[in-house]
Design a protein around this ligand. Sequence first.
Ligand SMILES: [Ca+2]
Length: 445
Amino acid sequence: MLKNTGLLLIVVCLLSCTDKKEVGPKMPNFVIIMADDLGYGDISSYGNPLTQTPNIDQLAKEGTRFVDFHSNGAVCSPTRAALMTGKYQQRTGIEGVVTSKNHRDVGLPLDEITLAEELKKYDYTTAIYGKWHLGYSTEFNPLEQGFDHYAGFVSGGVDYHAHIDQEGYKDWWKGKKMEDESGYTTDLITRYGVGFLKDNNPKVTHKPFFLYLAHESPHRPYQRRIDRVLREVGKPGNLFAQDSIQDIYKEMVEVMDEGIGDIMDTLKEIGAYENTVIIFLSDNGANSYGNNGVLRGFKNQVYEGGTRVPAIITYPGHIKPGTINAETVLTMDLLPTVLDFIGKKPEAHTIDGVSIKDNLINETDLQERDVFFDYGNKSAIRRGKWKMLRIKEGEDFIYDLYDLENDISESENVALEHPTLLNEMKNRLAHWDVEVRKGVQLVTH
Ligand SMILES: [Ca+2]
C-alpha cells in the first residue's frame, strides 16, 4: 500500500512538474491600440461631456490613465516612427508626414529595428491592422518590418467606405497586395483584430502575440457607417458637409470604442485577457473639429494640444486598477517598456525611450529627464513642469517659457522671469537639434 502511495506521489509530482513546465512563466501578449488625431478631451474618461466611450473608460478603470502622456510627433508618421523604433523620430529621418503626393518611394528605413522585429525574436506572432503610414511602396510594407500579418491602408487616411486616399489612390492592402474589400474602415480593423486573436490563441499556438491595431478614427474624412462615399479614384481631395462634422466625429469615436469592446471581449473569450498588456493611445492631438480639453493648440503644433494625448495601459494583476499616472511619458518609451515586460532590452544602441515598467508596476518615479518636440516652425523642450518653446519667425527665434503645473493651457509666458533656466533650456534644445540629426538621411520634413 505504502509502495503504491509512493508511486502515486511520484506520478503526481511528475505530472505537476510537467504541467508547470508547459504553463511556465508566461510571456504576456501585447495589444497596442492607436487612435488617430484623438484629442486630450475627446473621450469620456478624459472629460468629454458628449462622446461616450464606455470600453476605453473601462480600460482606464482597470489600469492606469496617463494625464501627461505625449505623442512624439504633432502629426501621424513621426509618432508612428517613434512607436516602432523607440527613438526620436528625427533619428529615423521621418520628421514629417509621409505624404501620398510626394513620398511614394520612401519610408521608415528597413535597417531600423521595429518593435515587431524585436518581439519576433522572442517567438511572438505579430500583426498590424489599419494605418501604417510609414511608406507607400511595398518595399516599406509592414511585412518587411517584422509583422507576420497586415491588412489596412498605408496613407494618412482613406475614405472609410471606398478606401481611397486623399490624392485619389486606392489604398487597401492585404499584406503586400492591393486588394480592396467592402466595409467601414473602423469595423474592418476591429474584425481583423478579432479574427487574429481567435486564430492566435496562445493556448493553442503556444506562442504569445503582439497585435497593433492602428485605427483611422477620428481622422478625416468625416464619415459614419451610414454616410456616402466621399472620394473617387483619380480625384484628390475631400468632400464634406461642414455643419455636421461634430456629430459625425462623435459617432466615429464611439464606433472605435465599440470595436475596442469587441477586442476586450475576444481576449476574454480566448482566456488571454489576464495575460495581456493593453496599451491605448493617440498619435497626436485633435484638430479644430475635435476636443483638446483645456490645452492650447491643435494637431500640427507642439503646443500641448498637439502632443498631450489620451493614453491608458492595463495589465491585470500587475498594474493597479484605476490609477492616474502623472509622469511625462512619450510614445518612444513604449518599445523599451514592452521589452522590459518580458525581461529584454532593445537591440538598437540609440534608443531615446526609457522603460516605464517599474513605474507602472511598482509606482516608482521616473528618473528626471529632458524631452524634446519639434515640428514645423516650433520646437520645445520639457523639463519637469517647465516647457520652453522656440518659435522660428523668419530668421529669428522667439522663446516662450511655461509652467505647466500652474498653467497647463500655456497662457502666460514667464521667460523673462527665469533667465538662467531659459538659457540652459535654449542650449539643451540647440544641442539636441544637432545631435539627433547627426548622420541621418532625411526621409520627410
Ligand atoms: Ca494622426
